[in-house]
Design a protein around this ligand. Structure first.
Ligand code: G3H
Ligand code: 13P
Ligand code: NA
Ligand code: ZN
Length: 325
């Protein structure tokens, strides 16, 4: 069945790699995630956001994830390690309902609350979830942009002075931190970036690795999570724009920075936007080139293939979780 994150994270930290946490909202994303993780022999975290629950129904998504374990075995993986995780839970009730339904991990995101309220809420979720061996991710610090329906203009980096108190008082199993990543495809403004003379591409300002280092110094060996870690591949942006789309100045996190983070105590890296871009690019291409096509399998199939390729690339070339099953 589904597993929680405890052993997975302990091994990832020791091994110097990170587990991919991919969001899913539909069958094609799920198939692509499972195929990519089976073929690369990687553990994987399936994430369900509040938006995904509203779009697809949490019960249906939960049984799709259960089905994914059987699918992985059918593909030849004897012992798949698949986590079903609630992404950005915003209340005790929501986290409880996911625990009760059979999710193996939940995030309670109290990062926008005053510190003591974040502690109290996270502790309450941990006390409930741990009774059922469900692991809990908490968050300290605020990412710029929209997070959990709360919008912030600037990053508030995680305060390393708070992390020992937070993790010990809440009992959370992992901690999401803010070091300059953000959600979506527009993570930086072009005027914040410089042009790489070799590639001509925009290079964003570096992540705050000093903050990550300070957190790791306070909490040696504690599992750290990075949200907002899509790289916004330029080839997908170009493909979308070539086939009728209009994405202007979409900029993500350079993969080199994620590679560096994956080698540290960062053991969960969240990627959603890159999957959306891969899917949209492939669908647009088919519909542009074959305007008479109206069988959804003819455009969702190529979209699935493109996502699978992208997921494998992340696993093998960025996070390093391949061969760990
Ligand atoms: O945290 C953000 C994730 O990318 C999920 O996004 O709420 O639109 O499903 P969503
Ligand atoms: P991206 O928007 O960078 O893919 O981040 C996803 C995420 O953090 C989900 O929680
Ligand atoms: Na790591
Ligand atoms: Zn997130």
């Amino acid at each position: 069945g589904l597993v929680n994150t405890r052993e997975m994270f302990a091994r990832a930290i020791k091994g110097g790699y990170a587990i991919p946490a991919f969001n899913f909202n539909n069958m094609e994303q799920l198939q692509a995630i499972i195929k990519a993780s089976v073929e690369t022999k990687s553990p994987v975290i399936l994430q369900v956001s509040k938006g995904a629950r509203n779009y697809a129904n949490q019960t249906l998504l939960r049984y799709m994830a259960e089905g994914a374990v059987a699918f992985a075995k059918e593909l030849g993986c004897e012992h798949p390690e698949i986590v079903l995780h609630l992404d950005h839970g915003d209340s005790f009730e929501l986290c409880k309902s996911c625990v009760d339904l059979g999710f193996s991990s939940v995030m309670i995101d109290g990062s926008h609350l005053p510190y003591e309220e974040n502690v109290a809420l996270t502790k309450k979720v941990v006390e409930y979830a741990h009774q059922y061996d469900v692991t809990v991710e908490g968050e300290l610090g605020v990412l710029a942009g929209v997070e959990d329906e709360v919008s912030a203009e600037h990053h508030t980096y995680t305060n390393p002075e708070e992390v020992i108190d937070f993790s010990s008082r809440t009992g959370c199993d992992s901690l999401a931190i803010s070091i300059g990543t953000s959600h979506g495809a527009y993570k930086f403004k072009p005027e914040q970036c410089h042009v790489d003379p070799k590639t001509g591409r925009l290079v964003p300002p570096p992540l705050a690795f000093d903050v990550l280092d300070a957190v790791m110094e306070k909490l040696p060996g504690f599992p750290i999570v990075l949200h907002g870690s899509s790289s916004v591949p330029q080839e997908y942006v170009d493909m979308i724009n070539k086939y009728g789309g209009k994405l202007e100045a979409a900029i993500g996190i350079p993969e080199d920075e994620l590679r560096k983070a994956a080698k540290s105590a960062v053991c969960k890296i969240n990627i959603d936007s890159d999957s959306r871009l891969a899917m949209t690019a492939a669908v647009r291409k088919v519909l542009f080139e074959k305007p008479a096509e109206f069988d959804p399998r003819k455009y969702l199939g190529p979209a699935r293939d493109e996502m699978e390729k992208m997921y494998k690339h992340k696993i093998v070339n960025v996070l390093g979780s391949d061969g760990k099953l």
